[in-house]
Design a binder for this molecule. Sequence first.
Ligand SMILES: NC(=O)c1ccc[n+]([C@@H]2O[C@H](COP(=O)([O-])OP(=O)(O)OC[C@H]3O[C@@H](n4cnc5c(N)ncnc54)[C@H](OP(=O)(O)O)[C@@H]3O)[C@@H](O)[C@H]2O)c1
Length: 309
Amino acid sequence: MTEGSIEAAAAHPRILIVGNAGQLGRELEKLFAGIGPMVAVDRESVDLADPGQTRDLVRRAAPDIILNAAAYTAVDRAESERDLAYAINEGAPRVLAVEAGRRGALFVHYSTDYVFDGSKTSPWTETDAPNPLNVYGASKLGGERAVEEVGGKYLIFRTSWVYGPHGNNFLLTMLRLGRERDRLSIVDDQIGAPTTSIEIARATHAIVTGILTGRFGAIENWTGLYHMTCGGAVSWCGFAQAIFTRAAAMLAVKTPAITPIATRDYPTAAVRPLNSVLSNARLQARFGIELAPWEAALEDTLHALRNAG
Ligand SMILES: NC(=O)c1ccc[n+]([C@@H]2O[C@H](COP(=O)([O-])OP(=O)(O)OC[C@H]3O[C@@H](n4cnc5c(N)ncnc54)[C@H](OP(=O)(O)O)[C@@H]3O)[C@@H](O)[C@H]2O)c1
């Protein structure tokens, strides 16, 4: 394959999804299934901490598009597993970007609101200086920089507070705790935008298909770093309250008494930013794409859970 291969392969691009058992990976696999031949892998097929395995995976799959939904996402554990977090969040994206570059393939990568220190009082933009407070955020920032350094055809989407109908996430934890406990204390001074794996996958699909059909023009018009979150903002406590209000109606879940607490009353291994709300203005201006407001996306996800029984 030569430079320009995604355009040449626009009708039936070969797709490689890395991390297809994760929250986002599952949704990407569903949405991209119809686009072209697909290889979707998780930890059982490749250990991303091993650069040789990661390189071989791409060479075997020979993709025109790589979607990297894999990451080391255990924010607190990363404080004591620094090397592993960096290997997966910085080392693996670098190898994937290099291999994508060799083939002229498009590389889509995801990053996090935790690259910021939370000190700003308005939403963070792509031009704001990152200053991660924890190892996870620093390792993800390392991944962004590695991908940018390699260059080529890449998209980095920074998102936040990811949850969905599957996996390890705040929504499913709240629904479980709601069954187990009568009272919950939830942090009320960290503000962010809860974002569903479904919304991120939809937006990614719209952007990638737009690029394939030439709708966004030449590479310099679209390659780069974008914030991609659901609309609005809420605290973890406000999010929990919304979950129980809606889930009580839709899933017959009982509502525990919720006490708002401060971050300092809930010590964790990793320090988290107080304000991690991201501005999506660049995404909207460049691609004309806006994700659903967080409340609507929550409703959507609860519907998906109800339909799944
Ligand atoms: N979750 C959030 O709140 C959040 C917030 C902001 C940004 N993001 C970013 O959004 C993207 C998607 O996150 P997500 O929530 O969908 O993540 P997730 O559900 O934790 O999925 C990550 C996937 O990566 C796999 N993985 C981890 N280490 C691996 C290794 N060494 N080799 C192969 N696979 C490995 C995991 O497998 P195992 O399950 O077997 O470990 C898992 O299937 C990531 O880039 C993440 O950094 C997430």
